[in-house]
Each structure stands twice: as structure tokens, then as C-alpha cells.
Design a protein around this ligand. Sequence first.
Ligand code: BES
Ligand code: MN
Ligand code: ZN
Length: 489
Amino acid sequence: MQSNAKVTDINKQRSACLIIAADEKNKLTASGTALDKALDGVISKLLKRGDLAKTLGSTLLLPQLNSSAERLLLVRAANGAQSQTQFRKLANASAKAIIGFKDATSYLGELTVVEVGDSWSAQQLTLAAGLASYKFTRCLKDAKAYPLTKFTVHAVDNKQLKAYKRGVELGTAQAFGSNVARELGNLPGNICTPDYLVAEARSLAKKHSNLHVTVLDNKKMEALRMGAFLSVAKGSEEAAALIAMEYKGGKSNQKPIVLVGKGITFDSGGISLKPGANMDEMKFDMCGAASVFGVMNALLELQPAINVVGLVAAAENMPSGRASKPGDVVTSMSGQTIEILNTDAEGRLVLCDALTYAAKFKPSVVIDIATLTGACVIALGSHATGLYANKDKLAAELIAAGESSGDRAWQMPLWDAYQSSLDSNFADMQNIGGREAGSVTAACFLSRFTKDYAWAHLDIAGSAWHSGANKGATGRPVPLLMEYILGRK
Ligand code: BES
Ligand code: MN
Ligand code: ZN
């Protein structure tokens, strides 16, 4: 889908659908009023009659009313200034309503929103339209993509246009990156294997000269003594890979942001086998890796003057005669030994070696993204990503990026008091804590491998995919990450 910002005249704008807002008192914004006037008040008549429901985000689609546009979509807004949450609701509701048309023009940017910058509304509208226009079709015989290919955000004047163009650019990048992540996340485990992810990285490098890809295979990981990572992979027939994608947009001496994604292409639990119900959803256990691919793809489109490294720890966690057993002790690349008490706590095992390896890139910050714990889902549900950081400034910046994009994270404690739950009689640490605070103790485990740099951990177990009737990857936290990366000074 292509998006842009433009100063338009609503009475002349050619479009498959115009989108305008009416508040609870049926008041229209400037363009809506101008259209209503040109149509002899037919819109206000319909509104007065009560055809548009009063609840925020309700929509009413009207057929051709004037000669330039084929349809008009009315959306219910709040009175006065919209809160960010209210505006997002409008943006999402209108986006869902237009995906069946080939293009649309939105006048929702004329609504006032509290406490946002000049480009925010355009960014949110573009992100919403881009996300709504995604559909998984790859494994279905007759499914077709949605028709929506062009989305225009109306700007009131040339000054707003400048800001809106920036907003559209960010929103486009966020939606594109999210949809890349969703597609990889949605692919089944028999297609999206570690090898498949390697091929994705290599094909990206082929298309872009400033992306450098290196792949560590089992042999190279053995040479680096990545005993924790390899202990996860060895139960599977699928070869593991640690993929490094280096985007070089900035000066060569500029320290990179390093992203590390958990890429378990299927998590059966291993010998500590998971129960059968909903086990299919463990194909989503590579959504952290998918978000890294999403960000790298979006950066390659935008070509910002920064350096970013995407690391993907790709492996499959399976039970077999060669698989790790509870009680096994392995040595990580850092030299610290780990007693594997539960083979289902495999994410931290692949990540700890990838995080040790990350230091090699002399990072300015390292952010890992992982569907790490069911406990995080219990703690925060699906609305917030769990955020941990060893630097308060980094935590604050990530929280702000989440707030602004609407892809929110909530900070959890990384207190020393939790560390002792990882004590083991047989190794430097065990790979699980007790029953309590499972998301925190998983983060504590990772913190033992990230002491040499500024680090944040995003537990996306609850936010990375939807279960139930709308089962599917969300693409989170790509919007948060893009906002953070592009907004960083
Ligand atoms: N991939 C899972 C975490 C997960 C579970 C994410 C359910 C989303 C939904 C992870 O590898 C895992 O199995 N974690 C265990 C850790 C436990 C053994 C300490 C868990 O959360 O149960
Ligand atoms: Mn697991
Ligand atoms: Zn897992």
C-alpha cells in the first residue's frame, strides 16, 4: 500500500472513499462542513436522523453523493479535542472500513488531538491503514489481498503538509515493518524454519548493498563455545543459525543499535514437553526474530543515516534422543554454566549466547525482543509488552516510543532481590526460577549476560500475536522500535 499527504479540496478530490468525522453533536470538521454545504446539507440531515451510531468509532458508509468521490465514510468522534486513545480508535475503525476499496482519502487529521506533535495524526492514520490492509494469503488457495493500495491523508495547508509528510513516512515504515513481521510470524513451522530465516536474510542482502549478512552455523557456534544456544538446537533435525544483519547507513565509527530476536521457529517445549492444547501457537515463538526482520526491512526502505545490527537466534525446540534433558549442565559462550531444569525455558538459552555475541559489535545499546514467558501474559495480558532495562534512560525512551506509537510497553523490575531464585547446586545458575515472577526471573537470567552495555529486554509473549478467532501475528513491537530508532538523538 502507498500512502501520502496532500492538501486537497474535498469537493474535488477523486477517491474511492472520503473519510470524515462527526462529533457527538453531529458537528463536522472544516472539510466535512464544506462537503455538506456542497451537497445541500444531506450529510447533516442523515446525522440528525441518527443514522450514525453515537459510540466513538462507529462508522456509516454512504454511496456516491457527489461526482468526484465514489463513497463517503462517516466516523463518530468525541466532542472537542480527542485523546490519543480516542483518535487511535477512529483511525483503526475507519481503516477497517476502507480495506475493500482501491483507495481512500482521510480528513480525520482535521480533528484536534491533545498533547501530540505536528506529524502524529498523519503517522497514526497511515499506520492504522497499513496494518488493516494486511491479510495472510500465502497458504490459502483462493485468498486474495485487500484491494486498498493507496491512502491519502489530507493536510489543511502547506505548513501542515510538511509535518504530515514526515508522519506518513514514519507510519508507512512502521506498517511495512509490522506486516513483514506478521507474515513471518504467521508462516507455519514447517515452512518458516531456521533455514528459511537464513534465506530471508540472504535475499535482503542481495537486494541492498548496505546490508551485510553473516550466518553462524552449528559448527561456527561450536567454535565460539555457544553451549547454551546449541543445547536447544540439538534435539531438532533443523539446523540452527545465528544470523547477523548489519545495516550500515551511518558513519563507520558510529556505534550501532543492536537488536536481538528470539527465533524459535517452533517451541514444543523439548523433553519438558508442552501440553497439546494450543501448541500450534508456538509457531509464533519466533516473533521476536520476525520483528527484527520487520525493522531491518523498514530501515532498508527508509535508508536513515544510522547503523543498526539485527541478530536473530534461530532454532527449533524439539524432544528427541539427542535433546537436552532436565538436569543437563551446559557452558555458555560467556563461560558461565547453566543447569537446564526445564527444557521449555529455551528462549533464554539461545538469547544468552546471542547477547554475549552482541558485544562484538560495540553497541550503543542492545535491545532483545522475545516471546519469552507465559508469566508475562499473566502479568500484563496482551496490551503491554513487558520492558526490562539496566539503564533508566533507555527504559524511559522505549516507554515514550511505545506511548507515541500506540505500541505500548510497561516497565517491570530487574531488582537484585529476584536473582537468587536462579541459584543452582550444580552450576553457576539454573535456567528457571520458581513459580513466582516468571517474567522477571527470565529477565534476571538474561541480565547476567548483558553487563557490558546498555540493554533492554522486551517480553512480547502477550503482545506478539492474537489467539482465538483473530489468531495471527500483530507485528508488535515494530512500531515501538521504529519510533525509538528513528527518534533517537
Ligand atoms: N515460548 C514460551 C513462552 C510463551 C508461552 C509465550 C506461552 C507465549 C505463550 C517459552 O519458551 C516458555 O515455554 N517459557 C516457559 C518458561 C518456564 C518453563 C519457566 C513458560 O512460560 O511456561
Ligand atoms: Mn519454551
Ligand atoms: Zn519459547
